[in-house]
Ligand binder design. Structure first.
Ligand SMILES: *Cc1c(COP(=O)(O)O)cnc(C)c1O
Length: 220
């Protein structure tokens, strides 16, 4: 078996076991396979194995491989998980099914404009900088609930969930718990949290999707 495919099976099994441990229904967590830096030929076996949900962090890179792969494989849902520049909003809306990194007013406005223009409705998440790290994208946790409301009331955008990337080397648990609390306050249902090193913990804290790259595709 292809190495990535056997690792994919392992990740699936680990998610299923974390769901049982958390007493959550089987299948309640969506696996987003993060294929950034990998080529179409590395991704194809994972698609052939049935995986349909993928994450990419750069619009330009995703444009180089996914239009073709989406033609080859029906039912792909592509998530943008990296920072979005407003001059890329047009291409992002055209290519991605889910945009997880809405984190400021200008992006919300650009996305609203493109969504209206293209008649497409990507599902949207607000990224929260739970660790308040200056170098990291995401809205400050103190502003997150109000920002979700402004996306809805000012820009007419429906926000489906929240996303976070906890600071490297910190216990992720408190960050996952904070994201869950903010989602409840904001009245949104989905939680995108957990990566290769901590996706099982994220499932215990209520993640509805986990973004797993290196544990499937190997080291970058
Ligand atoms: C790269 C990336 C991931 C996946 O990271 P791994 O540690 O390889 O699983 C998840 N989320 C975001 C936002 C990323 O950029």
């Amino acid at each position: 078996m292809n190495e990535a495919v056997s690792r994919l099976e392992g990740v699936r099994a680990a998610i299923a076991s974390a769901e049982r441990e958390a007493k959550r229904p089987a299948g309640s967590v969506t696996l987003v396979a993060v294929s950034k830096t990998f080529e179409a030929e590395d991704i194809r076996p994972v698609l052939l194995a049935g995986q349909r949900v993928f994450g990419e962090n750069r619009v330009q890179e995703a444009l180089g491989k996914w239009p073709r792969l989406k033609e080859e494989f029906a039912g792909v849902a592509l998530h943008l998980i990296g920072p979005l520049q407003s001059n890329k909003a047009k291409e992002a809306v055209a290519l991605f099914d889910v945009i997880e990194t809405v984190d400021r007013e200008k992006i919300a406005a650009e996305l609203a404009k493109e969504i209206a223009r293209q008649g497409k409705t990507p599902r949207l998440y607000v990224q929260v900088n739970t660790g308040q790290e200056p170098q990291k994208a995401g809205i400050d946790p103190k502003e997150a609930v109000a920002f979700v409301a402004r996306c809805r009331d000012v820009h007419g955008l429906s926000i489906e969930g929240l996303m976070c990337i906890p600071p490297a080397g910190e216990n992720p648990g408190p960050h996952f718990a904070l994201l869950e609390k903010l989602a409840r306050e904001a009245g949104v249902e989905k939680l995108s949290m957990g990566m290769s090193g901590d996706f099982e913990t994220a499932v215990l804290f209520g993640a509805t999707s986990v973004r797993v790259g290196s544990a499937i595709f190997g080291t970058r």
